[in-house]
Design a protein around this ligand. Structure first.
Ligand code: NDP
Length: 474
């Protein structure tokens, strides 16, 4: 368990005199009040995010992945919105069946197959693990079995592709738009359910945040860790499965489609499969670590996570593979090696930076970073019940280079995925643009939260590590 999560009785000071009102305003997690700028952004996203996803997927389906041609057609009167809409595949019983089976299977793997991977794989942390302490001072337990779910799903996928032939490996590509409607239905259903649940039967009422603004609460969530029963945790399930387990299957389906259409799989498609495959596997290998990331530790569960995990992630994170089905790019060896190196170095930075923080927090600073004892700043914070906790912010290793060097590595990897697609269209570059905005915004959001949490200690930290992403520049 990370040091910052442990209550330390000897160090802890109970502030019994604090009244409830003051305690309830402790600035943790998402905001208590909504400013007009956040509200405007939220309404914009609620209205346009589903349209953006539709526009990208439709552009590939009807315009060979050109983002400008649909607009030109509409503005020149060549086509009406209704023409595009009428050409869009509708929801089908087949897609509904596939999707229901898929989600049910993932729920089954999540809930009913206790982790065996941690018994077989040295170094892998699985099984029952504790999450971070919540603002109300609760420590949740999680059954970490994502790697196992990923392995079982992929073994079945390959067994089907090479042996059973129950369905074609191109099944995902072939039903991509009908499946989009199913993913939307689930995304909206789960977000709406989470909102209703937070009013009527919250898992932990003390960890709920109400702003009074319907749109903000719907988007950013009210409950911190909604659960059904003891083990079905909404955040862990929807963040990791079905979206991230599906990510590698979606890419495999695209590769199968290339094979079907062109009789070969291009090296760019192989690169996308490998680089994104490493990222996905890394996610599941480190699922226990993931319990300590912002998504689980700080975000409440609303549309942002519910719909985002069901629709945004599987549809927009896989655009490179989709693009390569329509435009099979064969890279020259030099470019392929260059992109592979960029992706691998980015991954190394991403992983090592995350690993350094994890090790540092797990050992309470009693470890070696680059062969030396880590340097850090001592800090303290308070939970809703007025309990004081102590923590440490590392200022050496990659964490001494920049405050979010893990994001920098992530961005290098993201750029590598996009570069596999060449420069003919901008559609595959959406990912790097999006990730840059996401991670810079996340950086600012996280720092705002950390400042609220640690106060002057956070200021001392930012003075010691002045840059956010790129040492000496930003
Ligand atoms: P971090 O892993 O950087 O975690 C930030 C938290 O770490 C802070 O809130 C603070 O938490 C703690 N912290 C900050 N500075 C220090 C320090 N110097 N020493 C010790 N602890 C510190 O952020 P994320 O959870 O956002 O990201 C995790 C990974 O996931 C990243 O590598 C990111 O790139 C990736 N990611 C990928 C996304 C994708 O869509 N592909 C989306 C989002 C993230 P505390 O309150 O505990 O002090």
């Amino acid at each position: 368990m990370a040091a910052h999560q442990e209550k330390k009785p000897e160090e802890r000071k109970r502030k019994n005199t604090q009244n409830d009102t003051r305690a309830s305003k402790v600035q943790w997690g998402r905001a208590w009040e909504v400013d007009w700028f956040s509200l405007a952004n939220i309404i914009f996203l609620l209205m346009f995010a589903p349209l953006i996803v539709y526009y990208f997927i439709m552009s590939c389906d009807q315009y060979q992945c050109s983002l400008t041609d649909p607009l030109i057609d509409l503005f020149t009167g060549n086509k009406h919105l209704s023409d595009i809409w009428n050409k869009t595949p509708t929801l089908t019983y087949k897609a509904a069946g596939i999707y229901t089976l898929w989600v049910t299977f993932q729920v089954f793997l999540y809930l009913f197959i206790p982790d065996f991977c941690h018994k077989l794989l040295p170094g892998y942390v699985g099984g029952v693990q504790e999450g971070a302490v919540t603002p109300a001072g609760v420590v949740n337990k999680y059954e970490i079995n994502g790697l196992q779910a990923w392995i079982i799903t992929h073994v079945l996928w390959f067994a089907n592709a090479y042996y059973f032939h129950w369905f074609s490996p191109t099944i995902i590509f072939d039903n991509w738009i009908p499946l989009l409607w199913c993913a939307n239905i689930l995304g909206y259903a789960v977000s709406t359910f989470a909102m209703i649940k937070s009013y009527f039967f919250p898992t932990n009422a003390k960890d709920c945040k109400f702003t009074g603004n319907f749109f903000y609460d719907y988007m950013m969530g009210i409950e911190f860790n909604p659960r059904i029963g003891k083990w079905f945790d909404f955040k862990l399930f929807f963040n990791g499965r079905p979206g991230i387990v599906a990510w590698t299957l979606i890419n495999l389906s695209y590769a199968a489609k290339q094979q079907e259409l062109y009789g070969q799989v291009t090296n760019s498609m192989i690169l996308v499969n490998i680089l994104q495959g490493i990222y996905v596997l890394d996610f599941f290998w480190n699922e226990a670590w993931y319990l300590k990331t912002i998504d689980i530790c700080h975000d409440h569960f609303g549309w942002y996570l519910g719909w985002g995990d069901c629709v945004w992630l599987p549809y927009l994170y896989t655009l490179q593979g989709l693009y390569l089905v329509y435009h099979p790019v064969q890279l020259c060896t030099g470019n392929a090696i260059g992109i592979l190196m960029l992706g691998l170095i980015g991954y190394y930075i991403f992983r090592m930076t995350n690993h350094q923080k994890d090790l540092f927090r797990r050992t309470n600073g009693n470890c070696k970073i680059w062969g030396k004892k880590p340097e850090y700043i001592e800090c303290s914070y308070m939970s809703v019940d007025g309990t004081k906790y102590y923590s440490k912010l590392m200022t050496s290793g990659f964490w001494g280079w920049a405050r979010h060097f893990n994001y920098t590595g992530d961005l290098m990897g993201s750029l590598a995925y996009c570069l596999t697609c060449g420069f003919e269209h901008i559609l595959p570059y959406f990912y790097i643009v999006y990730m840059t905005i996401l991670l810079i915004h996340r950086c600012i959001r996280d720092e705002h939260r950390c400042f609220s949490k640690y106060g002057k200690d956070w200021k001392r930290y930012t003075a010691a590590v002045p840059c956010r992403l790129i040492p000496g520049i930003f």
